[in-house]
Ligand binder design. Structure first.
Ligand SMILES: C=C(O[C@@H]1C=C(C(=O)O)C=C[C@H]1O)C(=O)O
Length: 370
């Protein structure tokens, strides 16, 4: 399936400040005071590495009673920051009223937050308010790992006539506690990119990481996955930030971080390098064929086991055997330098398919019964 969006290239509305560096949108999680926003904006502009200033004006907070954003007054601060620094401005909108006010105040880029993307009513309300406007909109992934909701939100906004469109990958809520605040689940960003290769994708390492330490690793990985830009939270003094203090970086730290990122080419630069890649890809093609032949052989044996079980009234699932396979194969694969998690996922896929095939066999009548 391909996703048919009518979109303009990112370069039509936002460009990196330097072609050797990624596109960067940066700024505080929240606009707190006019002084904080202007001081941060000036330092960010001075780095020469930032194309747009981000700041939350209306903040969706999980629990009531926390700082819920400075509100409409912040739009005037953004306007002033833009006049003084020349940086474009970006803020989150979650209601029709936010859209109207942000457009009236001349905000350059609007983004739809993860909680809004998860709710089609909210996205439709935002889309309706955007009708007739020629403003860039970036849509964060939904909080839950569901690419359809992300796609649906992009379609609703695009159907409202917005062609300056991009996606933000900010990671997904997960039940498991990991090193990340939001699990990157890179495979979902890859899925969206595969559905719509022309859709610009911007990574949000601040919200994926939840702490400063991992930001450069996640940023580099995003660039290596061919994402076009980064949106990074930066505060003049993160230690006193009213929101997300742990994940914000100073403008100076942001500047160092960008200096240390490598922007790789999308394509190889010479015919010799292309030939080398083609040769290696031929090897991959052959190996993939062999893998699938072996998987097919394995499934045929599983079906024979299924027939044997059917003829002798034995259950398909045999937990002891399954556990033995998991243990032995993981050890075998580990010795071959394969990652345990990868091996377990692969074995689970094989086991599920083996069970599905045996279920079919079980429920097929034998020649004598028919
Ligand atoms: C094939 C069998 O049936 C099931 C499938 C297995 C497999 O595909 O390896 C292992 C154990 C069973 O849950 C079996 O019993 O050996």
């Amino acid at each position: 399936m391909k996703l048919n969006l009518n979109i303009e290239p990112l370069s039509n509305w936002l460009q990196p400040t330097n072609e050797k560096k990624p596109l960067v949108i940066a700024g505080p999680c929240s606009a707190e005071t006019e002084e904080q926003l202007l001081a941060t904006a000036h330092l960010l502009a001075k780095t020469g590495k930032v194309s747009a200033l981000r700041a939350g004006i209306w903040k969706p907070r999980t629990r009531p009673g926390e700082f819920e954003g400075i509100g409409s007054i912040g739009l005037q601060w953004l306007k002033r920051a833009k006049e003084e620094t020349g940086l474009k401005t970006a803020t989150e909108v979650a209601t029709a009223k936010h859209v109207e006010e942000a457009l009236a105040a001349g905000v350059d880029v609007l983004w739809v937050g993860a909680r809004s993307t998860a709710n089609p009513f909210t996205v439709q309300e935002i889309a309706d308010a955007l009708k007739g406007a020629d403003v860039p909109v970036i849509v964060k992934n939904p909080v839950n790992p569901d690419v359809s909701l992300w796609v649906g939100a992009l379609e609703r906004i695009n159907n409202a006539g917005i062609t300056k469109l991009a996606a933000i990958h900010r990671g997904f809520s997960s039940f498991e506690k990991t090193a990340f605040r939001n699990e990157p689940m890179w495979e979902l960003a890859i899925q969206l990119k595969t559905l719509c290769p022309e859709l610009p994708m911007i990574n949000d390492p601040s919200h994926i990481c939840g702490n400063r330490e991992l930001i450069s690793y996640v940023s580099q990985k995003a660039l290596d996955l061919d994402m076009q830009g980064l949106i990074i939270e930066s505060h003049i003094d993160p230690s006193v930030a009213w929101t997300d203090a742990k994940q914000q970086v100073t403008p100076a730290a942001l500047s160092d971080l960008i200096d240390n990122l490598t922007l790789r080419h999308h394509d190889l630069q010479t015919p010799e390098l292309v030939d080398k890649l083609t040769e290696l890809r031929k090897q991959i093609d052959k190996l993939d064929d062999l893998i699938f032949q072996k998987i097919s052989d394995r499934m045929k044996v599983a079906e024979k086991i299924g027939e044997h079980k059917r003829d002798n009234d034995v259950t398909i699932l045999q937990v002891n055997r399954w556990e033995e396979i998991l243990k032995n194969r993981t050890a075998y694969a580990r010795a071959l330098k394969l990652d345990d998690t990868f091996t377990e996922k692969l074995l689970e896929l094989l086991h599920n398919e083996s069970i599905r095939r045996q279920t079919e066999v079980m429920n097929t009548k034998t020649a004598t019964e028919a």
